[in-house]
Design a protein around this ligand. Structure first.
Ligand SMILES: Cc1ncc(COP(=O)(O)O)c(C=O)c1O
Length: 404
């Protein structure tokens, strides 16, 4: 059968990328009994899940609770969860009305998808950080926008660079629909947007009339002091659409995320959601509401910080020992990733398959850009065990040294 003719343009564009190819190769090697150490996705430390707390919550649920949990729920989410969330967010610098300005999503990823569906037509311009979260790019690309990049450094998106790109877009007679920004412990660089830059970017949004999508999964995992006020907390014109998630602080499997925005945008998002997800799974939302109510979310965050500081330190120490001196990397003060810059002569994308054959996988930096690059890698320290971090870095360091 000729299947090609059945696909939409979007469907035809879904092709296995380099990561899928590597995942398949890794699975094949695992099938052959070989161990592959994944320093790849931003996954949770499996020994630290709050499973006892979640189990207790379900054990204590009454028949009346189960009647709610096993029924359809509202598109905007389980009301007690939205109320708990609004209280919690207030403690983190964001004031929202839980009824009109908040919506529960299936992780933050659904929020990114909704942004594309609500705001983007083909060739509409958006600006993202360079580099940025790769699955945000794939979510936005479903609407075929014109994606421009603004440079980042260790202090996050550079406002002068952003302004340059905005001016360029406007000089072409086009408007910027939104700027996508991960201000705190950015993925993949773990950079932290300074307060001065946060204020400046809000000023730019007001001056040049664009929206901001603020994606904040990592900000709560801050190793040194509290997370700076999110852009949403500094917004006075309702331009910032904020999303965050349980995935890095409590559990990715619960698929609990949220979107905070002005009431009109939330209304649009809820209408768009009603044609796909209808409502998030109620058992997850019920457990999430109880975890907030019992104070378990804050306790879990404190616990995870300690686990991740330890793992970060083990990875940094192993890199000092095994990595070539030509490589440069950051020492993240939060989040889950290390960003490594290799000499120009090394192609991290081409090297990945050899690394997998030797038993270690990483994400090549090229996946985080829309323009071609080749000499960065992102390493994850939250998921592998301490022993695997050391072993994985030793293997990778050996391979990199051979390339120098
Ligand atoms: C920056 C960023 N945004 C959003 C997500 C999506 O996460 P989830 O859908 O699990 O909340 C991730 C996941 O890694 C991420 O790194």
């Amino acid at each position: 059968m000729d299947t090609e003719k059945f696909y939409s343009k979007l469907g035809a564009g879904y092709q296995p990328g380099v990561l899928t190819t590597v995942v398949l190769a890794a699975e094949e090697l695992k099938r052959q009994g070989k161990k592959i150490i994944g320093l790849t996705g931003g996954m949770y430390d499996e020994e630290s899940f709050p499973w006892r707390e979640v189990k207790e919550i379900f054990d204590e649920a009454t028949e009346a609770d189960w009647r709610v949990m096993l029924q359809y729920g509202g598109t905007r989410g389980y009301q007690p969860l939205r109320e708990e969330l609004a209280k919690w967010m207030k403690g983190h610098g964001i004031t929202v009305d839980p009824f009109k300005e908040l919506m529960i999503t299936t992780g933050s990823q659904e929020a990114l998808d909704l942004m594309a569906r609500i705001f983007l037509d083909k060739d509409d311009v958006i600006i993202v950080g360079s580099p940025t979260y790769l699955s945000a790019l794939t979510a936005f690309q479903t609407s075929s926008p014109d994606i421009r990049e603004a440079k980042l450094d260790k202090d996050g998106m550079i406002p002068e660079e952003l302004e340059k790109v905005v001016k360029q877009v406007q000089s072409e007679g086009k408007m910027v629909k939104f700027v996508y920004i991960i201000p705190s412990f950015q993925n993949p660089m773990s950079s932290m947007l300074t307060m001065e830059r946060r204020k400046k970017i809000i000023e730019l949004a007001n001056k040049y009339d664009f929206l901001i999508l603020e994606d904040n999964p990592y900000g709560y995992i801050s190793f040194e002091g509290p997370m700076p006020t999110p852009l949403k907390g500094l917004d006075t014109e309702g331009r910032v659409i904020y999303t965050s998630t349980f995935s890095k602080i409590v559990s990715p499997g619960m698929r609990i995320g949220w979107l905070a925005a002005n009431p009109e945008f939330i209304m649009k998002m809820a209408e768009a959601k009603s044609s796909t997800i209808i409502s998030n799974a109620l058992p997850s939302q019920y457990a999430a509401a109880k975890l907030f109510e019992r104070g378990d979310v804050d306790k879990q965050i404190e616990k995870m910080k300690k686990v991740y500081i330890k793992k970060r330190d083990v990875m940094l120490e192993a890199m000092d020992t095994y990595f070539p001196k030509e490589a440069k990397w950051n020492s993240p003060k939060g989040g889950l990733f290390l960003w490594v810059e290799l000499p120009e002569s090394v192609n991290a994308t081409e090297l990945l398959m050899e690394a997998v054959k030797r038993g270690v996988a990483y994400i090549p930096g090229s996946n985080f850009y829309t323009t071609p690059t080749h000499n960065h890698i992102r390493l994850n320290y939250s998921h592998p065990s301490i022993d695997d971090i050391v072993e994985g870095i030793k293997i990778l360091g050996g391979l990199l040294k051979e390339q120098m």
